[in-house]
Structures are given as C-alpha cells and as structure tokens.
Design a protein around this ligand. Structure first.
Ligand code: NAD
Length: 258
C-alpha cells in the first residue's frame, strides 16, 4: 500500500465532539472526505444535524448527528453505544468540544472555573475513556484530543487561567492514556492549535478587537483556518501513523516559538 493510500480512512467510523461547527466541523469534513463515516456529536443538535446533512451531501458518507453534553458520563456512554450500533465499531474519536471564559484570575468565580474545566478537561476524559473502552474491546483505534497552544504559553492580553490550565491537563491526560493503552493498539494523541478563526474567536465581541494584536505577535501574522488542522487529524486518525502515540502536535504558525 502506498503512503498516500495509508492516509485513507475508508471503512473506518469516527465521532467528533463539538462537531457542529468550527474546528470539529472542518475535521469531520476531512474524515468524511478521506472515506470515514462520521457522527457529529454536539450539545447544539440542530446545528449538528445541519452539519451532518451538509457533509453527507458533499461526500456521500454515512453521517449522523448525536446530541450529547460531554460533561455527562451517561450521555457520553450512550453516545458511544449509538455510534457502535450505527456503524458496528468505533475506529476514531476526536474529543474536541471546548469553551473559553475570559476572566481575571482574582475575579474568576467557582462556577466559571468549573464550567471550563468540566467541558475542556473532564469532557475530554469522559469521551476519550468511553471511546478507549470500546477500542480496547475491539482491538484498536485512534483517539485525538484537542488541547491548545494555551497549554504551552499564557495568552495575552486576555486573561484565561481556567482555559490554559484545562488545556495543559489535556496534554498530560493524552500522554497518560497513550502510555496505558499503547501495547493494546489504542493510540492517543492531541493537537495544540494556535489562534484559529472560528466562532470561538470571531464571534466574541471582547476578542475581536484583540485579533490585530495577536496577528502582530504571530510570526505568520494571521489567524489559522479550521481547514489547516485537517491534515494532522487525518494523519493521526489513519493507518499512516501506527507508531505515533502520546504526541502533542502544535499547529500555530510558529506562535509559541519565542
Ligand atoms: P467553536 O465554539 O466554534 O465550537 C465548539 C463546539 O463545541 C460548538 O459546536 C459547541 O456547541 C460545542 N460544545 C460546547 N460545549 C459542549 C459540550 N458540553 N458538549 C458537547 N459539545 C459542546 O470552537 P472551536 O474554535 O471550533 O474550538 C474547538 C476546540 O478547539 C475547543 O476545544 C477549543 O478550545 C480548541 N481550540 C480553539 C482555538 C481557536 O482559536 N478557535 C485554538 C486552540 C484550541
């Protein structure tokens, strides 16, 4: 098989949390273009259904939309059961749902802190754990978690301590699961994107005025695009990366290099 063929995902099934829009939608599209059937998993079921229909029409893949709050273990278990019932197995899990709350550390409330940690860190744990259990049972699979360059640096000028801490946690969680499951053919990696133009950044009135500052700080002088994360995720999902586990892949236009 040629190296290009190894990147294909034909016959594989995947789920993408936070798949209704943004990075999740873009990566779900890439998985489907590469040949996978994909479940779009999101709290926003109306947008998830529209996204699943749009990708199905464009790619001809068997897409489905599943309502699930990644902070709820029962909903997560039910979601994985539904994916397996629909497709017969689970080969790829993209645990990507996340939010950011900007608040000074001295003013951050317990509720704000908990919300960010619950979705960004506990939510990734629950979805990766449920996916991992299924993959261990069936003999293999690939899990990709979304961390952030915020796991490596402290973003400025906006204050976001809970987000940064949650994403640093995602990297160590990823490595821990990778070590535990490597010999059982379940790979676990994470991506650490720089600033990407999605609703998370572009639809937040407090962040939009900062984009020019971020661009000046960035060696590449622009935001990344969601589609610029597709290739690394297809690589990690595919049989082109059998020795790649426990990795954290920074895709940030060199933002964190200095
Ligand atoms: P986005 O806001 O465009 O999309 C996030 C999606 O997650 C939405 O569809 C939302 O409904 C869903 N979601 C939120 N809470 C959920 C929950 N509890 N359960 C299930 N789904 C939930 O954001 P995005 O920019 O596409 O970000 C995706 C991931 O990438 C996040 O983890 C984010 O932290 C990370 N990230 C984003 C950037 C960036 O600059 N945009 C940079 C680095 C990392």
């Amino acid at each position: 098989m040629s190296i290009i063929d190894k990147f294909r995902l034909d016959g594989k099934s995947a789920f993408v949390t936070g798949g209704a829009r943004g990075i999740g939608k873009s990566v779900a599209t890439a998985f489907a273009e590469a040949g996978a059937d994909v479940a779009i998993v999101d709290v926003d079921i109306a947008t998830a259904e529209a996204t699943a229909a749009e990708i199905a029409a464009a790619t001809g893949r068997r897409m489905t939309a599943i309502a699930c709050d990644v902070t709820d273990p029962e909903q997560v278990d039910r979601m994985v059961d539904e994916v397996v019932k629909t497709y017969g197995k689970l080969d790829v899990a993209f645990c990507n749902a996340g939010i950011c709350i900007n608040e000074a550390a001295e003013n951050m409330t317990y509720a704000q802190w908990s919300k960010v940690i619950n979705i960004n860190l506990t939510g990734v744990f629950l979805t990766a754990q449920a996916a991992g259990r299924q993959m261990l049972r069936q003999g293999g699979g690939s899990i990709i978690n979304t961390a952030s360059m915020s796991a490596h640096i402290v973003n400025v000028p906006q204050p976001q301590c809970a987000y940064n801490a949650s994403k640093a946690g995602v990297i160590q969680l990823t490595k821990s699961m990778a070590v535990e499951w490597a010999a059982r053919n379940v790979r676990v990696n994470c991506i650490s994107p720089g600033y990407i133009g999605t609703d998370l950044t572009l639809s937040s009135p407090s962040l939009v005025p900062l984009i020019e500052q971020w661009n000046q700080m960035s060696p590449i002088h622009r935001l990344g695009k969601p589609e610029e994360l597709q290739a690394i995720c297809v690589y990690l999902a595919s049989d082109a990366s059998p020795f790649t586990t426990g990795g954290d892949f920074v895709v940030d236009g060199a933002f964190t290099c200095f």
